[in-house]
Design a protein around this ligand. Sequence first.
Ligand SMILES: [Zn+2]
Ligand SMILES: [Zn+2]
Length: 197
Amino acid sequence: MKTHCPKGHEYTEENTLVRERGSRECRSCINHRSAEYRKKHPRKIKAAMDRWTRAHPNYFKEKRQQITPAHRSWTNMKQRCTNPKNRKYHLYGARGITVCERWMNSFETFLADMGDRPEGKTLDRFPNNDGNYEPGNCRWATPSEQTANSRPNMKTHCKRGHRLSGQNIRRTAKAGNRRICLACRRDRRRQLREECL
Ligand SMILES: [Zn+2]
Ligand SMILES: [Zn+2]
């Protein structure tokens, strides 16, 4: 058996198309030929695409409709927990947060357990914010409900080095339960007073 096609491409497994009768074709050559054809006959290609669009007028619309908000949440949840390239992976998968098997393998069961995603809400792990994505620990929640439930800020000192504890902090619901350093606030006020004098 020849190891290379007439143009010199190797018949590796990925590069070989086996026809019904057992003859082999070089995929590199096929791709090259179709690229040439597209370049040479742009009108024919466009006509074929138009024919296809006319035959399937609602194809993309239907595709889009299949992707419901709940489906998007389901996909993103799995990505955050399993794909190290996801930009939120360090907060989820890397911290050991997982998706239960029931939901991992089936959008239908996820939907049956959670229902559709109400507008303005996203998937929240509740009551245990460090727990996994599983029935009994998830709800659809608004951003402010989620902030109230999020991990406490673990910083022990403010930017200027004051201890963030006891009498020195104030929590404000307005700022999403952020802790305010009272020593800094006092300093800022004193400075303002001095500037005014
Ligand atoms: Zn070839
Ligand atoms: Zn401070």
